[in-house]
Every structure is written in structure tokens, then in C-alpha cells.
Design a protein around this ligand. Structure first.
Ligand SMILES: [Zn+2]
Length: 61
């Protein structure tokens, strides 16, 4: 599983496509950490994306 396959929890698009602010933030995070992603790192990114998505939903209401 590569970083290109990450799906955004906010817009359900590929994170690498950068369709929403959450995608772009995650993509920037991945770029800065250019080392091959470990399962732990992917899990951390997933948690970050989910938290950002929850915040976005809360902000929208
Ligand atoms: Zn997104």
C-alpha cells in the first residue's frame, strides 16, 4: 500500500489529488516525510485525516 492509495475521509477522493483542504494537508505531510511509509505512519495519517474531517463537519454545521 503506497501513499498514492490513501483515500480521504473528508471528500472520499484520493488524497494525492488534493480535492479538499484535508487532502492537501495530508499530501503535504506525506511529501515532507519522503521515507517509505510504515504501517504506524499510515495509521497516524489516517487518524489525522479523520480528526480534520470531524473538525470540518463540526465547522460546517
Ligand atoms: Zn479530501
Amino acid at each position: 500500500m503506497g501513499s498514492e492509495d490513501l483515500v480521504c475521509a473528508c471528500c472520499s477522493g484520493l488524497v494525492i489529488e488534493g480535492r479538499c483542504p484535508t487532502c492537501r494537508a495530508s499530501r503535504e505531510y506525506l511529501r515532507r516525510n519522503s521515507t517509505p511509509p510504515s504501517p504506524q505512519l499510515l495509521l497516524a495519517i489516517l487518524v489525522i485525516v479523520m480528526v480534520l474531517a470531524a473538525l470540518a463537519v463540526r465547522h460546517a454545521t
